[in-house]
Design a protein around this ligand. Structure first.
Ligand code: NAD
Ligand code: IPM
Ligand code: MN
Length: 350
């Protein structure tokens, strides 16, 4: 039997409601495959910040550095500025554990209507988001205040190694799929970093001659994702473009409540982190109605990452089964099931 040590960080809002379903699913599928999970729970969240002045302890990252993986709910709550909560917890994990790939698959599930007419069940593509540099940088001033024309400034950082490694990841992933990479860009002369990104995309194309690639300006690209999503296989984008594309793509698949994410450290020097794409959803938190599928699918991605693709595939198959063959679903998908009822139905099908 295999045992994995998992760091659980439920975080804020519905993050605390969607992680228990994810661990219940892991335990159930694990039992079928001889895998046991040992969870360590970390109460790092906005409430901790309000009591102790920090989202996590000073040695927080050392406490989770040796876990096999991290499962996170969501970070952020009204009353604590988002830049404080996020730079205090989520972003340091991604950066210090060099989780430079944010992998965000999209699948139109049977029984989940897409708002996009041409998006049929089975349609799927993946957003590969650069996750540690780009527009999300710490370089440059923040606010320059105290005079009439006050301002905020932040520099984008695109490094040759940083861009090259995310592009290689995207091209190699495409080579295992339908062989097409779409690069999100904005190279028409305004954003100075993007011609450099494009140059490195062309180089990556030369290194991967069997993969077809093209680039689209981000503004036109978002329109195409809505109008004709079936054209896409792997979409690769910078940190901010990838962020925006992944919520858009989740909406194309029917709900942001389903979409999963893997923050991957491909070298495996540090643990990778799995979390739903959505946030803490203050508008529905505490009501027990959040869709747990984003967290559950993230847990399935964690199974893949830990070397159990069969177990991961069983979880995804159970999701497809419940959505396709039962009326049980949460309110975001037009149903009336609570988080708990939905989870129970899913567990019965694993
Ligand atoms: P959000 O994703 O929390 O919510 C957007 C909308 O989607 C809301 O109407 C919400 O009710 C709905 N929604 C989200 N997840 C759902 C689910 N599982 N089931 C049903 N409906 C769901 O985004 P937001 O409102 O922009 O952000 C709220 C807070 O979460 C902010 O503090 C933000 O910074 C934080 N946030 C954190 C993460 C993260 O931890 N990775 C991601 C996004 C936002
Ligand atoms: C996400 C979130 C985060 C991001 C925020 C909360 C910092 O939107 O994981 O997509 O932009 O990376
Ligand atoms: Mn986002």
């Amino acid at each position: 039997a295999t045992e994995h040590r998992i760091a659980l960080i439920p975080g804020d809002g519905i993050g605390t409601e969607v992680l228990p379903p994810a661990t219940a699913v892991l335990d159930k599928v694990g039992a079928r495959h001889g895998i046991t999970f040992r969870y360590d729970d970390f109460d790092w969240c906005c409430e901790r910040y309000l009591h102790e002045g920090a989202m996590m302890p000073a040695n927080g990252l050392d406490q989770i550095r040796h876990h096999d993986a991290i499962l996170l709910g969501a970070v952020g709550w009204p009353g604590v500025p988002d830049h404080v909560s996020l730079w205090g917890l989520l972003i340091p994990i991604r950066r210090q554990f060099d989780q430079y790939v944010n992998l965000r698959p999209i699948k139109v599930m049977p029984g989940v209507p897409s708002p996009v007419r041409s998006a049929e069940p089975g349609l799927e593509f993946v957003v590969v988001r650069e996750n540690v540099e780009g527009e999300y940088s710490e370089v440059g001033g923040r606010f320059h205040r105290g005079f009439a024309d006050e301002m905020a400034v932040q520099e984008s950082i695109f490094t040759r190694p940083g861009v090259t490694r995310i592009l290689d990841y995207a091209f190699e992933l495409a080579a295992t799929r339908r062989n097409v990479v779409t690069s999100a860009t904005k190279s028409n002369g305004i954003v100075h970093t993007m011609p450099f990104w494009d140059e490195l995309v062309a180089e990556a194309g030369l290194r991967h001659p069997d993969v077809r690639w093209h680039q689209e300006h981000i503004d036109a690209l978002v329109a195409k994702v809505v109008l004709d999503p079936s054209r896409f296989d792997v979409i690769v984008g910078s940190n901010l473009f990838g962020d925006i594309l992944s919520d858009l793509a989740a909406a194309v698949a029917g709900s942001i409540g389903i979409a999963p994410a893997g923050n991957l450290n491909p070298s495996r020097e540090f643990p990778s982190m799995f979390e739903p794409v959505h946030g803490s959803a203050p508008d529905i938190a505490g009501k027990g109605v959040a869709n747990p599928l984003g967290a559950i699918w993230s847990a399935a991605m964690m199974l893949d990452h830990l070397g159990h693709p069969d177990a991961g595939a069983e979880v995804v198959a159970a999701m497809v089964d419940v959505l396709g063959n039962t009326p049980v679903r949460t309110a975001d998908l037009g149903g009336t099931a609570s988080t708990e009822e939905f989870t129970k139905t899913l567990l019965d099908r694993i």
